[in-house]
Design a binder for this molecule. Structure first.
Ligand SMILES: Nc1ncnc2c1ncn2[C@@H]1O[C@H](COP(=O)(O)OP(=O)(O)OP(=O)(O)O)[C@@H](O)[C@H]1O
Ligand SMILES: [Mg+2]
Length: 287
């Protein structure tokens, strides 16, 4: 149903919040577009975002609290749990890169800023001890459990301002992983390493160049770029195994996404990476 509130999205910082009104019960809740997992359930309320909790939320909240304590600005603040049992986070002004991707989201500058943001996120974890908590599914151990990786650094989980990434959001899948694991997930998504038939904008045909740019912008050391294609493929399949699990459970957003092309695109993506293994390995190799 069309309501007056549909004009109020997370684009820009259009909803003005009088001081002290953050938790007033009559304050409007505006659904935020972008996600599939919690589609329709993530809302903005004043300067806050409300999201459903998960069994692993205490771990995620501990990570967000650590990031706040060390002054890392590139993540929402975990504030509290509201009366309805939802997690309350700070709203980050800006725009997530929601498909169809706008021109500002497909520039090299935007991608470089994502790589640098992920680097800062990893560096900010120094001193964080994840061991007391129960985390979501961890990345495969052979790629290292050296920090908490975001694991879902897709465009709609990054907030931008003026064409530059300012914050990662949606840490629901964050779990024990490593720098190169997160870099492989993100570089695959942002280069992107996809069949060109599935890249409709100026990034088409520039995947190798952009991959190298991403790895250099992050500053991934040479030793962590070895067997990069195997890493990317395992990370790709790990990600889609999670989607498949949701589909198997009949998730109301993932099922239509998957049958309307998601499954075929994922298969084409893995096949394209395999086919271009040699070129990807050499693009990933440091100069
Ligand atoms: N803290 C925040 N600040 C600003 N915008 C946010 C914030 N949290 C979420 N959003 C907006 O809401 C959208 C959906 O949020 P979120 O990614 O948490 O949902 P989700 O359904 O869990 O996503 P996914 O399908 O990636 O798991 C985001 O794409 C973004 O546009
Ligand atoms: Mg999301």
């Amino acid at each position: 149903m069309m309501t007056v509130m549909q004009g109020l999205t997370n684009r820009g910082n259009q909803v003005s919040v009088p001081p002290g009104s953050i938790d007033e019960p009559d304050e409007l809740e505006v659904p935020l577009p972008g996600g599939l997992t919690n589609a329709g359930l993530v809302v903005r309320k004043g300067a806050t975002v409300r999201r459903p909790m998960r069994a692993t939320s205490p771990a995620t909240h501990a990570l967000l609290r650590h990031l706040e304590a060390v002054g890392f600005e590139g993540a929402p603040r975990f504030l509290r749990v509201d009366k309805r049992g939802r997690e309350v986070q700070s709203y980050i002004p800006g725009e997530a890169a929601i498909a169809p991707l706008p021109a500002w989201a497909v520039t090299d500058e935007a991608m470089v800023s994502v790589a640098q943001l992920i680097r800062r996120f990893h560096d900010a974890q120094a001193g964080f001890d994840p061991s007391p908590y129960s985390w979501p599914l961890a990345a495969p151990e052979r790629f290292g459990h050296t920090l908490i990786s975001h694991n879902d650094p897709c465009p709609d989980n990054v907030v931008f301002r003026e064409g530059r990434a300012v914050a990662l959001i949606d840490f629901d899948l964050a779990s024990p992983g490593s720098r190169r694991w997160d870099v492989a997930c993100a570089a695959r998504l942002w280069s992107p390493l996809n069949d060109p038939a599935d890249v409709a904008d100026e990034r088409r045909g520039r995947a190798m160049q952009r991959l190298r740019l991403f790895l250099d912008a992050y500053g991934l050391p040479a030793r962590e770029r070895e067997d990069f294609v195997d890493l990317v493929i395992v990370a790709y399949q790990w990600c889609y195994a999670q989607v498949r699990r949701q589909v198997a459970q009949g998730h109301q957003s993932f099922v239509p996404y998957w049958v309307a092309g998601g499954a075929a695109r994922a298969d084409r993506g893995v096949a394209w990476i395999e086919e271009h293994r040699g070129r990807i390995e050499s693009a990933a190799r440091p100069t």
